[in-house]
Design a binder for this molecule. Structure first.
Ligand SMILES: *Cc1c(COP(=O)(O)O)cnc(C)c1O
Length: 392
């Protein structure tokens, strides 16, 4: 189905109808599969005959999700996993060994940082954290044993944009892999593999589900990088995506292009409105011309995305006032949902970062992050206007 547009792939790719001729994809909640004979069982186990054996390895619903996402990202292979974190773990367990070194953006998901510094480090994989936006820091951090670059773009919550072209060129010149967590843009807005990345990682929990129902993840790339190393680890260690969750994400992909466009439209309007508001000091959104990397964002992602952050003129108490004055928005750190969510990064998602490092990274006490959902933009503005009015 390579010749189809992403909207078509999202709806139709990757699924093989069964003999029942169903129109909507079936769920296969089965742990194992039966064989016609002992000989067939032997052939399946030896790999001589392709086909299902056990749902820790492969499952038809999971496979449909994997096929569809692979086509949407423009990758050869995809492995579904139990969560976004286990997608990241499976990637590094599959591809790295003791003595390897990783260069990572410092502006990554907090739990990924903990995975690197607390757990991968125990197995002799070292990580150096560098600036999301300064390519010379990446270059300076490269060692003889550097195996991979890791980043997510735009970053959370300040929406800093990493230069995929520059970093993939640098990675290739140094024979290391560029691994991109594409959770915020999804393949609808940005396809990192087409821009030189080697591997794309997803937390399917966010926009791919889009309605906050399930936890899941995925890793996409060439068959060489994915099949033996990453799927091999996944099938052995078992952070497997369940058939039911795969079905949720498969159905989520169907509406992903439409939802992403609507998220972006609402987010841009909210960002513009916040820019004009007298209680707001600064707005962070890659779709605004005032964003320091507006041109780069424009080049590598087709829209600004669904996340908007802003600093109120004031203190932590003022930021909390705005959050607590909302009546409709969900006060939660989850993102990528049709329901708009609002969070105070300094005391939630980034509360475990040392205060000094947090301030240096720009996560100040007056910062608020919004994952803009699909309610009426006028109602979202009204819900925020109530608290903002208290600050002017
Ligand atoms: C949420 C998130 C993850 C982790 O995904 P889970 O599904 O929660 O395990 C990884 N990366 C980013 C950018 C995320 O937002």
């Amino acid at each position: 189905m390579n010749e189809f547009d992403i909207e078509t792939l999202a709806v139709r790719a990757g699924y093989q109808q069964t003999a029942e001729q169903e129109n909507s994809e079936a769920i296969f909640p089965t742990s194992s599969f039966r064989y016609k004979s002992a000989a067939q069982a032997a052939a399946r186990f030896s790999g001589e005959e392709s086909g299902n054996v056990y749902s820790r390895f492969t499952n038809p619903t999971v496979r449909a999700f994997e096929n569809r996402l692979a086509l949407m990202e423009g990758g050869e292979s995809c492995v579904g996993t139990a969560s976004g974190m286990s997608a990241i773990l499976s990637t590094f367990m599959g591809l790295c060994q003791s003595g390897d070194h990783i260069v990572s953006s410092q502006s990554i998901f907090g739990t990924t940082k903990v995975l690197f510094t607390k757990y991968l480090a125990k197995f002799g994989v070292d990580v150096t954290f560098v600036s999301q936006t300064d390519v010379s820091e990446w270059q300076a951090a490269i060692q003889k044993n550097t195996k991979a670059f890791f980043l997510e773009t735009p970053s959370n919550p300040l929406t800093e944009v990493a230069d995929l072209h520059a970093l993939s060129t640098l990675a290739k010149a140094n024979e290391c892999l560029l691994i991109v967590d594409n959770c915020f843009c999804t393949p609808v807005l940005q396809r990192p593999l087409e821009q030189g990345a080697d591997i794309v990682i997803h937390s399917a929990t966010k926009f791919i589900d889009g309605q906050g129902r399930g936890i899941g993840g995925a890793v996409v790339g060439s068959a060489e990088l994915i099949e033996e190393p990453v799927r091999g680890f996944m099938r052995t260690a078992g952070p497997t995506m369940s058939a039911f969750n795969a079905w949720i994400f498969l159905k989520g992909l169907e509406t992903l292009p439409v939802r992403m466009r609507a998220h972006c439209e609402n987010a841009k309007e909210l960002a513009l409105w916040l820019t004009e508001h007298p209680a707001v000091e600064n707005v962070f959104y890659p779709g605004l011309e005032s964003h320091p990397q507006f041109e780069l964002a424009n080049k590598q992602q087709s829209s600004g995305g669904g996340l908007v952050s802003f600093k109120v003129k004031g203190t932590k108490e003022d930021a909390w006032k705005v959050i607590d004055s909302t009546e409709m928005l969900s006060i939660t750190a989850n993102l990528g949902d049709v329901k708009t969510s609002i969070t105070h990064p300094a005391t939630t998602t980034h509360s475990r970062v040392e205060p000094e490092a947090r301030i240096k990274a720009g996560i100040s006490d007056n910062l608020i992050r919004i994952s803009v959902g699909l309610e009426s933009i006028d109602d979202i503005k009204k819900d925020l206007a109530r608290g903002l009015a208290l600050l002017v």
